[in-house]
Write a protein that binds this ligand. Structure first.
Ligand code: GLU
Length: 500
């Protein structure tokens, strides 16, 4: 769904109705409000899709709200087309959102108000250190970072001065995480971090907290990579509570990292991670959803295949694993094949047509509406794992697309001294057929094979390559039946002519 696209701005401090819930790890009854907060800095990643799916399922299970927030504060790295990509990707996997997209870039006033509040409460202090100055002072320090130089200088806030959060020197900050339990961070390991840059702009770490408060987010379900900054968020949250409205902290749930076969975090440099690439290759969204859901979570009965409705019913954050989840392309491909084969023939054809329309194949509409396609579709459906494999199975029908694959030619015709004989004898018998159907074609080729003391499979090879252009594909005789007598004979003639 793309509704609500123009909805931006903030919610003020609207309190949403509290709804009793009991199994979310949340003690006080609180309406479930979750969000996905992607940054439009690249293609929408499969990890982002899993985060969206879990948030969405959780919201739907609890009758709560799923909010879309675009974290576009980094103007240099954001592109508008990436925003469209996010909306399209979320729509494709069926995770419809109830509010948003909100945009951080339009909410600066809220962040400024928070900066002012923290500043009046003296939770932050002004700092005029340059990076060079800090580096110079901390040279040789085994744990470099900000050294607190300006903390007690009592500088006034002003241009050219950043604002840093005065992190308590002792004690620990605890992040309550539904997946990992309580995660403790010693405050001594956290530097006085910047919340507003020297030009006055609030930083991302603060913007996220302000938004989560403003949007009354009950659960922050996001990637593990955000766990290290979460204690900062907790500190900011508490500081904002003490000077302003008291709002309960959200419950956190940090999802396991996705890794490839080498156990490396999947990345766009090494792995296929863009959701839109999967769509372009002809994966089905329901297969994608099913597979993504299993990256960290498992169904109560261990089922491999389930629907989105099952996921909404059974999903539990408590059952999400914290160890890295293997994003296995091969297993995903297998899932997709299973889903493709489970479609009705009509639905399969619809998906193929949609896919062809999306990829802009000019032949798409003509091909997939033809009676020829109708005859071949069941054979194709049994064989493909992704929709992008479909054209290579059926293109042979269209004269303009027919092409003999050279490697196949070389193997099945060029290097087979009997190929010429098999082709010419088959041509003769095929031409004499009264009934042009798969069974009769097979009978004729069996006769030719017997003559040369060959197995049918081996005798088929030159005929297949001459007529269908390649060694692998749909069953030969069914294909020739569809191709028709004239075209079949013409193609055999062409191969014979080439042989000389
Ligand atoms: N904008 C962050 C991202 O794209 C998400 C931050 C969050 O969920 O708190 O990874």
């Amino acid at each position: 769904m793309r509704a609500g696209l123009s909805e931006t701005g903030h919610l003020g401090h609207r309190r949403v109705n509290a709804q009793p819930i009991d199994d979310t790890g949340n003690e006080s009854p609180r309406r479930v409000r979750v969000r996905i907060a992607p940054s439009p800095t690249g293609y929408f990643h499969v990890g982002g899709a899993r985060t969206a799916l879990y948030n969405w399922a959780f919201a739907r299970q609890h009758g709560g709200d799923f909010i879309l927030r675009i974290e576009d504060t980094d103007a240099e790295r954001n592109r508008e087309e990436w925003v469209d990509g996010i909306l399209d990707a979320l729509s494709w996997i069926g995770t419809d959102w109830d509010e948003g997209p909100y945009r951080q870039s339009e909410r600066g006033a809220l962040y400024q108000a928070a900066v002012d509040q923290l500043s009046s409460a003296r939770a932050v202090y002004a700092c005029d250190c340059t990076r060079e100055m800090v580096l110079e002072r901390t040279k040789g320090d085994p744990t470099p970072g900000y050294d607190g130089f300006c903390r007690d200088r009592g500088l006034e806030r002003g241009p050219g001065r950043a604002l840093r959060f005065a992190v308590p020197k002792d004690g620990v900050t605890v992040v309550h995480d539904l997946i990992r339990g309580d995660v403790e961070f010693a405050n001594s390991t956290i530097d006085d971090f910047v919340v507003a840059k020297s030009n006055g702009d609030a930083l991302f770490v603060l913007a996220v907290v302000v938004d989560d408060r403003d949007m009354a987010i009950s659960h922050v379900i996001r990637a593990e990579e955000h766990l290290p900054t979460t204690p900062k968020a907790v500190m900011l949250w508490e500081a904002l509570n003490s000077g302003g409205e008291t709002i309960d902290l959200p419950v956190f749930a940090h999802l396991p990292v996705l890794v490839n076969e080498q156990r490396q975090k999947i990345s766009k440099r090494r792995d296929r991670v863009a959701l839109e690439d999967y769509e372009a290759l002809g994966y089905l969204p329901e297969a994608m959803d099913n597979y993504l859901a299993l990256l960290g979570w498992s169904a109560p009965g261990g089922e491999e295949f389930f629907t989105l409705a099952d996921l909404v019913r059974d999903f539990a954050l408590e059952n999400v694993n914290h160890s890295p989840a293997f994003f296995d392309d091969k297993r995903l491909l297998h899932f997709n094949g299973v889903y493709l084969r489970s479609l009705t023939l009509e639905d399969f054809t619809d998906r193929v047509r949609q896919w062809a329309a999306r990829t802009g194949d000019p032949l798409g509409e003509e091909l997939y509406s033809s009676p020829t396609w109708q005859s071949l579709a069941p054979l194709v459906q049994e064989r493909v794992a992704v929709l992008s494999e479909v054209p290579s199975y059926v293109e042979f029908i269209f004269g303009s697309r027919f092409e003999v694959d050279e490697a196949s030619y070389d193997k099945a015709i060029g290097r087979d001294e009997l190929a010429g004989k098999i082709l010419s004898e088959s041509r003769k018998l095929f031409a004499e057929l009264n009934l042009w159907d798969a069974a009769s074609l097979k009978e004729q080729l069996e006769a030719v094979a017997a003559q040369h003391d060959r197995k049918l499979g081996k005798a088929q090879a030159p005929v297949r390559v001459a007529t269908l252009g390649r060694s692998v594909g749909l069953p030969l005789f069914e294909s020739l039946e569809v191709l028709g007598r004239d075209e079949t004979l013409e193609r055999i003639d062409a191969a014979l002519a080439r042989l000389g």
